[in-house]
Design a protein around this ligand. Structure first.
Ligand SMILES: C[S@@+](CC[C@H](N)C(=O)[O-])C[C@H]1O[C@@H](n2cnc3c(N)ncnc32)[C@H](O)[C@@H]1O
Length: 389
């Protein structure tokens, strides 16, 4: 019998690569009916396989001598899942090989069983050594070339490798809580915990919380949250908050959870007419290169969005009163979506270096840049800007 966690992980891997499903959503349906232990194992196996796909495919091609893209999808998924377990888990190797074969059989690919068995055995013998012998870089750490190239450009060779390694590790579980829980951090209200109690805390990285704190909203302010869902930062804003979200489904879910000072508006922040604001937050959509550890499939679908980001920043500035502030934040690590967008806006920068020196951007210290490798939190770029008087 195929181990239930492996069967669920196989389903997730197939849906992510064959249907472009989001890994977290595919997981939620695949683990229905499993106990907590199997759920956790299925998540680890599925997410790890998705994350390490480039390294795994390299191994299958070298040792299996067949281009991965030409493999029948269930065979490809079974080999990928098997290779991941051989190299990055302590699952019993014979059980991993047997289950890979059984998954192919269960998918009614009987004719591919001998091939699967042969490739799994070659992987069992040679894959760990092959990974160890790979030069440091995007194949070994399983990133697309374009991400590695951007990080080399912006952070140098060592910085890029360090970011690649860090975002293959399981991140700390950071939450926002009104009362002390777990380990406190240097961001007020942010804690590191072992597990989330949804009654008392909300999962949210401390870097993400930092962006909302930098807004500095106060009771009496009229505040625009231009890209609001799912609303983690919105909840932290004081004053009368207009939370704009383009996606109707996301706006609807968030509206049910917001405190009374928040009004959710479904619409495009570039065209809304909601009057003038004292402060604005633009937590813009982005490539997400600072949250790759939390979203294993994101590295394969991410794309930079500098034009949209600049339009959103300009729209928020136009709706903010003269002398008011706009905070621009993105959970990504590349100059094109970060400092270049702020520079292109032409807005005056208000330095954050004195308030949060530990997170000062390495080359532009007026901005903040949290790093998954150094700070063990998500990677965020944060800028505070002033609208001309
Ligand atoms: C990075 S997320 C925001 C996260 C949120 N601020 C939080 O802390 O929970 C960006 C959001 O902006 C929304 N969005 C994208 N384009 C938009 C637009 N033109 N106007 C308003 N919202 C937009 C996306 O649907 C997405 O929910």
């Amino acid at each position: 019998m195929i181990a239930p966690a492996r069967r669920a992980a196989f389903e997730v891997v197939r849906r992510v690569f064959e249907e472009e499903a989001y890994a977290d959503r595919a997981l939620a349906s695949a683990v229905e009916g499993l106990d907590d232990r199997d759920r956790a194992l299925a998540q680890r196996l599925a997410y790890g396989t998705v994350q390490r796909a480039r390294t795994i495919d390299f191994g299958i091609e070298q040792l299996g001598k067949r281009p991965v893209r030409k493999l029948d999808p269930p065979v490809r998924a079974a080999l990928r899942l098997g290779a991941y377990q051989l190299a990055w888990t302590d699952q019993a190797q014979h059980a991993v090989v047997d289950d890979a074969v059984e998954l192919v059989r269960a998918a009614k690919r009987e004719r591919a069983v001998p091939f699967t068995n042969a490739v799994m055995r070659r992987l069992q013998q040679g894959f760990n050594g092959l990974v160890a012998s790979l030069p440091e870089g995007p194949v070994k750490h399983s990133y697309p070339d374009w991400i590695a190239e951007l990080w080399m450009r912006d952070f140098g060779a060592e910085g890029a490798l360090s970011l690649m390694r860090a975002q293959n590790e399981r991140p700390d579980l950071e939450v926002r809580s009104a009362e002390p829980v777990g380990e406190p951090t240097d961001v007020p209200g942010a804690y590191v915990v072992e597990r989330v109690d949804p009654e008392r805390m909300r999962p949210m990285s401390r870097a993400s919380q930092l962006a909302a704190l930098v807004v500095g909203s106060r009771p009496g302010d009229r505040v625009l949250d231009a890209c609001a869902a799912p609303g983690g930062k919105t909840e932290m804003l004081l004053g009368e908050v207009i939370a704009v979200e383009l996606h109707p489904g996301r706006a609807q879910v968030m509206a049910k959870e917001m405190p009374p000072n928040v009004r959710v508006v479904t619409g495009d922040a570039r065209t809304i007419e909601e009057g003038v604001f004292d402060r604005s937050l633009v937590d813009a959509p982005c490539s997400g290169l600072g949250v790759l550890a939390r979203r294993p499939d994101l590295r394969w679908r991410a794309r930079p969005l500098p034009e949209l980001q600049l339009e959103l920043l300009r729209a928020a500035a136009e709706r903010t009163k003269p002398g008011g502030t706009v905070v621009y934040s993105v959970c990504t690590l590349n100059a094109d979506e970060n400092e270049a967008v702020v520079d292109a806006s032409g807005l005056e920068t208000l330095s954050l270096a004195d308030e949060w020196p530990q997170y000062a951007h390495p080359t532009r210290p007026e901005f903040l840049l949290t790093r998954p490798d150094r700070d063990h939190t998500s990677g965020f770029f944060i800028a505070r800007l002033r609208v001309p008087s």
